[in-house]
Design a binder for this molecule. Structure first.
Ligand SMILES: Nc1nc2c(c(=O)[nH]1)N[C@H]1C(S)=C(S)[C@@H](COP(=O)(O)OP(=O)(O)OC[C@H]3O[C@@H](n4cnc5c(=O)[nH]c(N)nc54)[C@H](O)[C@@H]3O)O[C@H]1N2
Ligand SMILES: Nc1nc2c(c(=O)[nH]1)N[C@H]1C(S)=C(S)[C@@H](COP(=O)(O)OP(=O)(O)OC[C@H]3O[C@@H](n4cnc5c(=O)[nH]c(N)nc54)[C@H](O)[C@@H]3O)O[C@H]1N2
Ligand code: SF4
Ligand SMILES: [Mo]
Length: 762
């Protein structure tokens, strides 16, 4: 038995980031046991099957332990940190000086449970004049974010814990979680005769099996199904017109469009019996406690942006917005993120968005500051003078996760400089000129920026469980050294703030607030805080220094909500109190409490949500043409390229040994399709798309709709086996996807809708 204590942290395998208690072995380096942390304010002891396996992340055999530099012969050599920092800073600076810092691209900044590090990249980006950035959100959530910013002014979240009707669209929370205590919550709603669970998914997923109404749409037809339900509500006069008159504007056009929809025809096209459409409309009409969740099944399929628009209407038309048990704007500490945050709706003319940033070469729409992932290769592989010449990738594995790996690899190869910050030797790190090894999420303090709960919002700052692995540095330190190598501040320039911090938090706050008017301090604030306040923070929490700024900002924008959660004070004192509470609470703390329908929920200018989104209203008019990418004789099947299963976790865990069966690597196919193709269970087959082919292991699965197949996400990684030889397990899906299959508005990929063919192999 280990002598070690149970210590609070969080699982980093999905963005729910459940609070856990972890116990190390006697060496203090291995996470030996894990259990749910009942003291965590929202996960309350819950975990799914994966949390127990986090040591496969912590102690992967391909963890990086030294900075690496590429040699002329293509192999890597180990170099020391001083050399690495100096060379990386000099080479980026030289590119900035020659062609401009806006030609240096930034990708990543946080994965499923680590977002503090990315916060410290800001000062490096500003010092280099970097302008264009992206991350995984720009291949899933930018269509939704575009609608959110124009309709509501921020990101929303359904109150699944108190709703009457839960509507889950293109998501399988049983496997992917994404809301707190997902399995328990889904089962509770499914079992409760007073509550209704509606699941829209072509596949009979574990969640669909719990549902009262499973709308097994044909792939890619969700917009017809949702339009049919909305039209049914409008045509039978069962929407909340009084609520709309009081809280919304611009709804006339969409209501008259829905009035005209042929409900029967739309339902038939989606493959849904009319009784189910009516049943769904009936339960929605009966309450305003409706919680909605959309995810990859629709966000990575044709018509994704229109689908996000319709999903917002699903809770607006019944007036289920800003009410308890309904859907709310999230108001977390992630105030600036495209998912959370709160602001005003974007400027429009006649419902059309009038302006907005675009990418320098192809003119693709930039939403929430993010370059569409599917456009990045096109922004590089060109002789346009504004093409990207270099990139900094942090805490992401885009060579594996972006559509069309072949094209993306070509793009990275053509860059002058690629620098990767990661904990492991990833597919992306393998292509870098310099690899900078980061300490793991259990070796430094970390936090998640995805808490979206309402009316209470929490924050969990995790302390390190152990010292950094020798040779690694936490990202705040890496970025601080880069800022210093770039010569942003004179060595003594921050001395006043440093000595103020030694006098305690109040003294620091009094000294720091007046400096925020200085544009140079503001542009590099995370760095300034890390080097001044950081050293005075307890127990390895120097990396939390950046939160001081967020807490002070929140104390200005939402003081009443912070006080309602029990934090005391006014102005800067309130900011300090919140910051102290976050530092002191080891299992997470409630940072804000709101009232249903309070002012945090409404766009600031006129207090009304906007429902005229002309681009989407135009799209709605086109649905009568029933236009969807056609299946052909060459590609008669639709591949869901990247299903979340019980042992997938993006590429956070690389060791294939972590999974407990073969299901995580196999191709699921309906037995009828398999029979037609002459393929048997556990047999091998060849999978072919227009971009490539792969050998697969088949698993017959009658949950699959006929004509559809699926493969899990996060596979095909290269990993050293016990003898040190490299092996690849499972299908590297993005070798099979095409970057041109994407949403016309925001460029999100159609990963859940890849046309394919399967052939038996002898
Ligand atoms: N176990 C596990 N959990 C994870 C992750 C992981 O890697 N593993 N990753 C995390 C991340 S980054 C994310 S973004 C989330 C994603 O979480 P989910 O969105 O739940 O993940 P997927 O399994 O990709 O897709 C969900 C569902 O979409 C369905 N689908 C396919 N085509 C269509 C369609 O045309 N219409 C509809 N309505 N549905 C369709 C599929 O059948 C599938 O059940 O999961 C998070 N949680
Ligand atoms: N075909 C297909 N492609 C997909 C998807 C799909 O369904 N189908 N899903 C997409 C989705 S929704 C997502 S979110 C993306 C995810 O893809 P990415 O955003 O590229 O990232 P992850 O696979 O989550 O890997 C995160 C990286 O962070 C590293 N890491 C872990 N901890 C730390 C740390 O503390 N510091 C640093 N510096 N690095 C760390 C890990 O080693 C890993 O390399 O994939 C997308 N790609
Ligand atoms: S994988 Fe997600 S739901 Fe499962 S324990 Fe980890 S954080 Fe919680
Ligand atoms: Mo994701």
């Amino acid at each position: 038995m280990s002598e070690q204590e149970w210590r609070p942290t969080a699982c980093n395998l999905c963005y729910a980031n459940c609070g856990i208690l972890a116990r190390l072995d006697d060496s203090g380096r291995i996470i030996e046991k894990v259990k749910g942390d009942r003291a965590h304010p929202v996960s309350q002891g819950y975990t799914c099957n994966k949390a127990a396996r986090i040591n496969f992340y912590q102690n992967g055999r391909d963890r990086l332990t030294s900075p690496l530099r590429r040699k002329d012969d293509g192999s890597f050599e180990e170099i020391d940190w001083d050399t690495a920092i100096a060379e990386v800073a000099n080479r980026f600076a030289a590119i900035r000086d020659r062609v401009g810092g806006d030609k240096i691209f930034y990708y990543g900044g946080g994965g499923q449970g680590n977002h503090l590090g990315g916060g410290y990249a800001g000062p490096v980006r500003n010092a280099l004049g970097m302008k264009y950035t992206s991350n995984a959100l720009a291949q899933e959530k930018t269509g939704l974010a575009w609608m959110n910013s124009r309709m509501l002014g921020g990101g929303w979240h359904g109150d699944f814990h108190h709703c009457d009707v839960a509507i889950i669209i293109g998501k399988n929370p049983w496997q992917s979680n994404g809301l707190q205590r997902a399995r328990v919550v889904m089962r509770d709603i499914g079992r409760d005769p007073e509550r209704t669970l509606i699941v829209m998914d072509p596949r009979r997923t574990e969640t669909a099996e719990l549902a009262d109404i499973h709308l097994a749409v044909k792939p890619g037809t969700d917009v017809w199904c949702i339009s049919a339900i909305l039209a049914r509500l409008v045509q039978t006069d069962r929407i909340d017109t009084a609520w709309l008159a009081a809280h919304a504007t611009g709804y006339e056009r969409v209501l008259s469009q829905l009035q005209e929809v042929s409900v029967e025809e739309y339902a038939a096209f989606a493959g849904i019996p009319m009784e189910q459409i009516e049943q769904a409309a009936d339960v929605i009409a009966a309450t305003n406690r409706i919680a909605v969740y959309e995810d990859l099944g629709v966000e990575m399929s044709p018509n994704s942006t229109l689908c996000s628009y319709l999903n917002i209407l699903l809770f607006l038309l019944p007036g289920a917005y800003g009410v308890e048990g309904g859907t709310y704007l999230s108001i977390g500490l992630n105030g600036g993120s495209i998912l959370g945050g709160r602001g005003d709706v974007t400027k429009e003319a006649n419902g059309y968005q009038v302006e907005g940033p675009t990418t320098p070469v192809t003119g693709a729409r930039i939403v929430g500051g993010l370059t569409p992932c599917n456009s990045i290769a096109e922004e590089i592989l060109t002789d346009h003078p504004d093409r990207f010449r270099a990139a900094l990738v942090e805490s992401a594995n885009p060579v594996h996760s972006l559509a069309d790996t072949k094209r993306f690899r070509e793009a990275l190869e053509s860059l002058e400089l690629l620098v990767v910050i990661d904990v492991a030797m990833t597919e992306t790190a393998r292509m870098a000129d310099y690899v900078l090894p980061a300490s793991s999420q259990y070796e430094k303090c970390e936090a998640t920026f995805f808490p979206m709960e309402f009316p209470e919002n929490f924050f969990h700052l995790r302390r390190p469980l152990m010292d950094p692995m020798p040779g690694t540095l936490p990202e705040p330190e890496i970025h601080a050294r880069l800022v210093e190598a770039l010569g942003v501040f004179r060595p003594d320039e921050l001395d006043t703030l440093k000595s103020a911090a030694q006098g305690g938090l109040n003294q620091f706050t009094a000294a720091c607030l007046p400096t925020l008017g200085d544009p140079k301090i503001l542009a590099h604030l995370p760095y300034v805080l890390y080097r001044t306040l950081g050293p005075s923070l307890p127990d390895g929490t120097a990396g939390a220094a950046v939160l001081w700024g967020l807490c002070q900002q929140l104390a200005v924008t939402l003081p009443e909500q912070i006080r309602a959660a029990g934090h005391k004070g006014e102005g800067a004192d309130l900011g300090d109190a919140l910051f102290r509470a976050i530092l002191e609470s080891e299992s997470g703390v409630v940072i804000m409490r709101s009232e249903a329908g309070d002012e945090t929920q409404w766009p600031k200018a006129d207090g009304k949500v906007q429902m005229l989104i002309a681009e989407m209203n135009d799209e709605l008019d086109k649905l009568g043409q029933y236009d969807l990418p056609k299946r052909t004789d060459e590609f008669p099947l639709l591949l869901c390229a990247g299903e979340r299963r019980s042992y997938t976790a993006n590429t956070v865990i690389r060791d294939p040994e972590w999974r407990k069966s073969n299901n995580p690597v196999s191709l699921s196919i309906n037995p009828i399709d398999a029979g037609r193709l002459g393929i048997t269970d556990a047999g091998a087959a060849r999978l072919i798309t227009k971009r490539g082919e792969a050998l697969v292991l088949v698993e017959l699965d009658d949950r699959m709709q006929e004509g559809t197949i699926s493969l899990p996400n996060g596979q095909g990684l290269t990993y050293p086996n016990l003898s040190g030889d490299e092996e690849q397990t499972g299908v590297y899906l993005n070798e099979l996807t095409d970057l041109h299959d994407r949403d016309p508005f925001v460029g999100t990929p159609w990963h859940k809708h890849v046309r394919a063919r399967v052939e038996p192999v002898a």
